[in-house]
Design a protein around this ligand. Structure first.
Ligand SMILES: [Zn+2]
Length: 250
């Protein structure tokens, strides 16, 4: 494996470790800085040497050193996923001005996905700054003009606004702001690709859960993770998907 993607994986795992703090504390409105990480079961502070991304989970065999209670698999999953996404970003974009916005965007997507799965909410404190960062990033991006970024915000946020009006609250405002953030980072065309992938994959999973009897008709299925999946796929392969799709109509 080449050095840059490997280094990016390690950086991603470290960022993922911080995202775990965000995912645990942000929905509870706790400080992201203090206190240091503690075991959620026994409250014993976690030593720095037991806080190494991915590796600590392995050598502690997924248990707290003090009380032996299991550590959630979400912790290594977020660290590993963020590492893979960072490595993929470096391999895809190279070390270019497009890289940093991609890393910030993917980090925001990982955090919103985990928080939506655990709490059924998408925090404004991630998506609203995300809209601003996405627009600012477009000013220096070689891939995306500021106008395209603004049109993306209007496309993503606007379509969800219409859905919210039509469904009279069936869809949450959190999803709308997530879609607006996606628009700021992706531009309007790739946002449409992302929304299409999100609606399609979310629909398939919702039907599968319904048919298998694991969820009732009234149980909400969080939509944010599917939007984030669409956004991630669109960030890397949206142009390709769009060309492939449009070619079918010639
Ligand atoms: Zn413990």
């Amino acid at each position: 494996m080449r050095l840059a993607p490997l280094a990016a994986f390690v950086l991603g795992a470290v960022v993922g470790s911080f995202l775990n703090v965000v995912i645990t504390r942000l929905p509870r409105r706790e400080s992201l800085v203090t206190p240091a990480s503690r075991c959620p079961t026994c409250g014993v502070p976690i030593r720095w040497s037991d806080n190494v991304p991915l590796l600590s989970y392995l050598w502690l065999k997924g248990r707290c050193r003090a009380c032996r209670s299991p550590i959630g698999w979400r912790y290594p999953a977020v660290e590993g996923l963020t590492g893979v996404l960072f490595a993929l970003s470096v391999a895809h974009f190279g070390v270019t001005p497009a890289l940093l916005p991609a890393l910030l965007f993917l980090s925001a997507l990982v955090a919103t996905t985990a928080i939506d799965l655990e709490h059924q909410l998408i925090p404004d404190r991630i998506t609203l700054p995300g809209v601003a960062v996405g627009i600012l990033a477009s000013l220096v991006s070689p891939r995306l003009s500021w106008l395209d970024s603004l049109l993306g915000v209007v496309t993503g946020g606007g379509l969800f606004f219409l859905v919210i009006l039509a469904s009279r609250g069936g869809m949450g405002g959190g999803d709308m702001k997530l879609a607006a953030m996606m628009g700021a980072f992706l531009g309007w065309k790739l946002t449409l690709v992302a929304l299409f992938v999100g609606v399609f994959s979310g629909g398939v999973v919702a039907v599968a859960l319904l048919v298998s009897g694991r969820r009732g008709r009234k149980d909400p299925v969080p939509f944010g993770p599917f939007l984030a999946l669409g956004a991630g796929l669109s960030l890397f392969w949206g142009d390709w998907l769009l060309r492939w799709y449009l070619a079918g109509f010639r």
